[in-house]
Write a protein that binds this ligand. Sequence first.
Ligand SMILES: [Zn+2]
Length: 248
Amino acid sequence: MNSLLQIAPTLAEYFNVRLSSPAHPVEQILKFVRARHPIPSVVLLLVVDSLDTLLYSDFADDLRGVHELVEQEGLLLECETVSNHTTPAIGSILTGLEPEAHGIFTDNDVGKSKIKSILEILEDAGMKTAMVIETGGAKPLIDRISYVFAVDDREDIIEYDELIKTHTIAVLQKRDVRLVFSHIRAIDRFAHRGLDLRVATKVTDGNIKELATAVRERDGLLLICGDHEAHIKTGKRAGTVPLIVSCP
Ligand SMILES: [Zn+2]
């Protein structure tokens, strides 16, 4: 079983920078990427909030586009989660450390941690990175990485994801950017409110398809993962999330 902690070490190995983590890079991903010609120069790391393993299979029909990325020579890995909450989970995805080790539990902790994220490590090594995320999480990073796009939280979460997608596509067109981190949230919001998840999964699938096209236009690598199990009241969840690896 893989873990979300392995994503940052895998990216560090891929970009040839040093990152200190107890987790190992995922060799399968490195092998997959190194077999490509040319080797992708840009990576989009997309966190789909609350996309867990069960939801990925239960809503396979609505997530057709995502499943196709796997079927078309992609990889599907199952990852253990590190937290039930978004902020510490994203902290772990970006640092390769358990929440207790990186200390980022709320938006107030973002930017105060002495631990550098993979984005900042790449910047230190002269590689440009981008982050497209909710305003609270984005603010502390504005002076620390090359491109920061902040989207205000709002009642209309579909509109929110639309804005995240638009900014992500725009920044992927910048020739100098090497790693883009983006976070979409419709599934999580619908799960919390007990709304029809088919609506959220369909919208998410459409957004991912467009993002995949933008990655393809750059001959890039697309990594998609969930952050924690879905907050759904009924039934037992698996405690794991999918990690999808694709050169669309
Ligand atoms: Zn979340």
